[in-house]
Structure formats: structure tokens, C-alpha cells
Design a protein around this ligand. Structure first.
Ligand SMILES: C[S@@+](CC[C@H](N)C(=O)[O-])C[C@H]1O[C@@H](n2cnc3c(N)ncnc32)[C@H](O)[C@@H]1O
Length: 338
């Protein structure tokens, strides 16, 4: 079995690896990879000159799969189970932090992990294989909160209709499998036209984000990186959808002195001593070669910034655009990326 390929035969191809390495070169010192996954970034950083990489993942499967190759790096590779929101507890004075957000192909493609609306499996979606699952959420949350999750985390316009159908169906029998849920969602939406994504795409994304508290993790993770990086240390984040990218962009704007206001009602943000300088003025996406090699990379965006010597501070989740589960009216969909 090739490294980075699991028993289900699903290779995880690291996205934006070439532009990432080019943006952070030359690589040296101690790096923390907050999303180890199949280890693609970690290995590339070690090969590119990192003295040591602290590899963090919340999914125990990631470390099980690395067992066959990790030994070759000796104590240059430190495997650290955990969440990246606490990355400053795993390392300090770091030369670099890298976050490659979302799920890995190994997680997505294994039906038993419950992320897929194509393959039937238990309605799980927990990256950490621990805590409340998507089935717990779908079978217990009240209708208004379910609708808010689908709308705010999935930008699903039919959120209320889908939430109503879920509550109606679960009164007959608990919803326990991915295909059961996908069928309920499909029943609420117009038939998919050629070239359109599967009708359950947005709802499954929303539930996954809620189950894994992905936005809270990202917000806390960015601040933890600010605390853990040494002056001159680099932060590189790869995001997969517009809301994540917006949070990273605004965080870096605010922390690099270009914050201004999140909206016209928000207070002006203090920009006296910026904690970062931004290296990538515009986000970097895949080039044609990568798109051809790996179509899953199409929505990936990379942003890189360098830590200054200003003391770390605290950010405001709302001002960097973290979606809140408030009432549905007035919520914005993802803003255009720059
Ligand atoms: C897109 S994959 C990373 C792939 C990796 N860059 C590679 O090249 O193989 C994302 C990984 O991050 C992990 N993950 C997601 N959110 C996390 C969090 N908040 N804390 C720790 N790990 C997380 C997932 O379990 C998954 O293994």
C-alpha cells in the first residue's frame, strides 16, 4: 500500500503543495502541521529542510496510516493527536504553521466514516471519531436550529424545507444512514441538472461543519498560531470554501494593520502593532496542471503571512466573518474571493 493511500484504495493527493513550498521557501526550523492527514505536507516540509515537524490531527486513523513510513524520520517527526485550536499547547517559538482545512480523501471516501452522500454508511461525520455524530444532531436538534445550521453553514436556501422534512421523517424512524438523509434532502429540492452538484452537497457540508465545530476550530486555530509562531515565523492556510477563505483573509487583514471595519456598524479595529505581514496579497489557487491532476483542488485557496514581533492579541469571531447560528434573515452568502 503506497504511503498516503488507505485500505479503501483512496490516495490523498496534497493540494497546492508546490505553491505552498514556493511561498514559504526556504524551509527551516520547527514547523507544526495542524492537519497531518495522509502526511503529504509534513513529509514535503521535512524533505524541504524543516528540522522537525510536529504533526497534529484529530483523527486517530491519520497516525495509524502513517505508522509504516513515519519511523524513517526518527525524532524529526513528532505525531501529536489533538485539535489545531490548541496548537500553541503542542509547540512554541515555531518557524511555521500550516493548516490544510477540511476532510481528507481517506475520510471522504470511506463509507463507514459517514461523510459521503454517494456511498451508504452510518451518519457519522466525526473527524475525531469521538463525541456527538451527525446522526445525533439530525435526530435531536430542534427544527429551527437544524434550519440555521443548513443555512448558515451550508448556504442552503431550502434550509427550512429540509429541516421540516428531517423532523417529519425522524418522527417515523431515526435517521441513521447517509443515503437515508440524502434521499430526504433530494425529496425537498428540484431534480439535479447536468453539471450541477448533488442536491445533498450543501446540507452534508453544513452538518460536517457543525459536527466538527470547524469554524470555531479555524477561528481559535488562527489565534493559537499567532501565539505559537516566533517573529519571522510563517502561517500558511489552505481553505476549501469561500466562508473559510473569508475568515482567513479577514483575520490576516486585521492582524496586518489593514483591518478597517468588518461592516459599517462594526467599530474601527485597532491596528497599532500588526502581528502579521501578508505574503500573498491575493489568494493562490491551483494552476492548470494541478486542476488536471487533481480536480478536487479546484476550490482550494492558499494564504501565507509572516509573524511580526508584536505581542499576540485576541480577535473577534464576528469581525472576521465567522458565521453565527442566528436568525436566517440578513445572513450573507460567501463573498467573492480576491
Ligand atoms: C485536508 S486533510 C489534510 C491533508 C494533508 N495536508 C496531507 O497532505 O495529507 C485535513 C486533515 O485535517 C484533520 N483536521 C481537520 N480539522 C482539524 C482540527 N481542527 N484539528 C486537528 N486536525 C484536524 C482531518 O482529520 C484531516 O485528516
Amino acid at each position: 500500500m503506497a504511503a498516503g493511500q488507505d485500505a479503501a484504495g483512496s490516495p490523498h493527493i496534497p493540494v497546492l503543495l508546490r505553491p505552498l513550498l514556493a511561498a514559504v521557501a526556504p524551509v527551516s526550523g520547527i514547523w507544526l502541521d495542524g492537519t497531518f492527514g495522509a502526511g503529504g505536507y509534513t513529509r514535503a516540509l521535512l524533505e524541504a529542510g524543516a528540522e522537525r515537524v510536529i504533526a497534529v490531527d484529530r483523527d486517530p486513523l491519520a497516525f495509524e496510516m502513517a505508522a509504516e513510513w513515519a519511523g524513517a524520520y526518527g525524532d524529526r517527526l513528532v505525531m501529536q493527536p489533538g485539535v489545531f485550536s490548541r496548537l500553541d499547547q503542542y509547540g512554541s517559538d515555531l518557524d511555521g504553521v500550516v493548516l490544510d482545512l477540511g476532510v481528507s480523501s481517506m475520510q471522504l471516501d470511506r463509507a463507514e466514516r459517514g461523510f459521503s452522500f454517494i456511498k451508504d454508511g452510518p451518519l457519522d461525520m466525526r473527524m475525531s471519531q469521538d463525541g456527538p455524530s451527525a446522526a445525533d444532531l439530525v435526530n435531536t436538534e430542534d427544527e429551527a436550529r437544524l434550519a440555521a445550521i443548513l443555512f448558515h453553514y451550508g448556504e442552503e436556501r431550502a434550509s427550512r424545507r429540509i429541516a421540516k422534512a428531517i423532523v417529519r421523517e425522524r418522527a417515523q424512524a431515526p435517521i441513521t444512514t447517509t443515503l437515508q438523509l440524502a434521499a430526504i434532502i433530494e425529496g425537498c429540492l428540484p431534480r439535479k441538472k447536468p453539471g450541477q452538484s448533488h442536491p445533498a452537497t450543501r446540507s452534508f457540508q453544513a452538518l460536517r461543519i457543525a459536527v466538527n465545530a470547524e469554524y470555531e476550530e479555524l477561528f481559535e486555530g488562527l489565534m493559537a498560531a499567532e501565539r505559537a509562531l516566533k517573529p519571522g515565523g510563517q502561517l500558511a492556510v489552505v481553505s476549501f470554501h469561500s466562508v473559510e477563505d473569508r475568515m482567513v483573509k479577514r483575520f490576516l487583514q486585521e492582524r496586518s494593520g489593514g483591518g478597517g471595519r468588518a461592516n459599517r456598524y462594526a467599530p474601527e479595529i485597532e491596528t497599532a502593532a500588526p502581528q502579521f505581514t501578508v505574503k500573498t496579497r491575493k489568494s493562490i489557487g491551483p494552476d492548470d496542471r494541478e486542476l488536471e491532476e487533481n480536480p478536487r483542488s479546484r476550490s482550494a485557496r492558499l494564504r501565507v503571512a509572516v509573524r511580526t514581533d508584536a505581542p499576540a492579541g485576541t480577535a473577534d469571531a464576528r469581525s472576521i466573518g465567522m458565521p453565527m447560528l442566528g436568525p436566517q434573515s440578513g445572513a450573507k452568502s460567501g463573498e467573492k474571493r480576491k
